[in-house]
Ligand binder design. Structure first.
Ligand SMILES: [Fe+2]
Ligand SMILES: [Fe+2]
Length: 144
């Protein structure tokens, strides 16, 4: 039986392209959130969000390079960007995005390995490490 781990190389390229669209969205979302978030209690996380922007852009570059290596063409479409007037709500949106990314990347690592694409798996594993750090930054800021 075919599982969600057993995919073709073309399907893997498609899925990493989907991840790429979310990386673009994350970078834009963080740019907007760090600029409009206000309140002294959010000073630290505001600085962190500005750092996340650059890390999400690095993730996008790394994914685009893997897609190119695998023989695909990197997407330029951007996934859905969320915002709010409420700082806490914005941080919750960011946290949700990180958690969804973590779930996608855990699957993507297994799928890459099943195709013997170990460098792609390793690249995504390193991205996953940063997403977990982002998740923890946001949980701290939300007192979770
Ligand atoms: Fe990312
Ligand atoms: Fe992230």
């Amino acid at each position: 039986m075919r599982t969600e781990i057993d995919i073709t190389k073309e399907e893997l390229i498609e899925k990493i392209n989907y991840d790429l669209q979310w990386e673009y969205a994350a970078a834009i979302q963080y740019i907007q959130h760090q600029s409009i978030i206000s309140g002294a209690q959010y000073n630290n996380i505001r600085d962190e969000l500005a750092i996340h922007v650059n890390e999400e852009i690095q993730h996008a570059i790394q994914l685009a390079d893997q897609i190119d290596y695998l023989g695909g063409e990197p997407e330029i479409k951007v996934e859905e960007i969320k915002t709010s007037n409420d700082p806490k709500e914005m941080l919750k949106q960011d946290l949700q995005g990180e958690r969804e990314a973590i779930e996608r990347y855990k699957k993507r690592i297994k799928q890459s390995k099943s195709l013997d694409e170990y460098a792609t798996a390793e690249t995504i594993k390193n991205i996953l490490v940063t997403e977990q750090e982002h998740e923890m930054d946001l949980m701290d800021a939300l007192n979770l």
